[in-house]
Design a protein around this ligand. Structure first.
Ligand SMILES: Cc1cc2nc3c(=O)[nH]c(=O)nc-3n(C[C@H](O)[C@H](O)[C@H](O)COP(=O)(O)O)c2cc1C
Ligand SMILES: Nc1ncnc2c1ncn2[C@@H]1O[C@H](COP(=O)(O)OP(=O)(O)OP(=O)(O)O)[C@@H](O)[C@H]1O
Length: 152
């Protein structure tokens, strides 16, 4: 039987932390399905810069990913019911509570394990493993360039 794995996240600007997470999730089964969060559901941090479809298409193109799916707008368990995974792998820092997800799955009669992935630490100075921090660095660099031009 093919073991299906589900991973999920925003994936706005791809970085090595994402690759680490998706590779780890892919190694837990034969098929990796990735649910890409809808912009309207990213409410606990700055919303993504890139459109839903673009974020989905980039994840879909990765070799370790079997298929990337845009998330449901209202009910996060609708894609889960459709994919029918054997395991959902939560990201190391995802705010979702594993036991709450297990309870919700049981309530819907979905037989699926929930695991937590490991985090990937920076391997050299300056390596950025967070989309939010990449955006912050872009803004800081652009602001300092503008300051340089203004000073001329
Ligand atoms: C099992 C599971 C299923 C999810 N399905 C959806 C979904 O259908 N639609 C969606 O917009 N977000 C979905 N999400 C939420 C996002 O993937 C994501 O966790 C959140 O919106 C963005 O936060 P993050 O980037 O910190 O993970 C799901 C999350 C989990 C854990
Ligand atoms: N350094 C990392 N190591 C392992 N997994 C990571 C790392 N960074 C992100 N992930 C995982 O990748 C998935 C997608 O991450 P997402 O794009 O939602 O946020 P992010 O890259 O952490 O950006 P931000 O810091 O802006 O939230 C999540 O499940 C997250 O836990």
């Amino acid at each position: 039987m093919t073991r299906r794995v589900v991973a999920q996240g925003t994936f706005d600007i791809i970085h090595p932390g994402h690759i680490h997470y998706l590779s780890e999730a892919a190694a837990m089964g034969e098929e990796l399905h990735v649910i890409v969060a809808r912009r309207e559901n990213v409410t606990h941090k700055e919303p993504p810069v890139l459109p839903d479809r673009q974020r989905r298409d980039v994840i879909d193109a990765l070799e370790v990913v079997s298929e990337a799916h845009l998330g449901h707008t209202e009910d996060i368990f609708v894609p889960i019911e459709r994919i029918d995974p054997d395991v959902i792998v939560l990201g190391h820092d995802q705010h979702h509570d594993a036991d709450a997800i297990r309870d919700a799955l049981a309530g819907r009669g979905i037989d699926c394990a929930v695991e937590r992935a490991s985090g990937r630490e920076p391997r050299y100075e300056d390596e950025l493993l967070s989309t939010g921090r990449i955006v912050d660095r872009i803004l800081a660099l652009r602001a300092s360039e503008t300051d340089d031009v203004d000073a001329v």
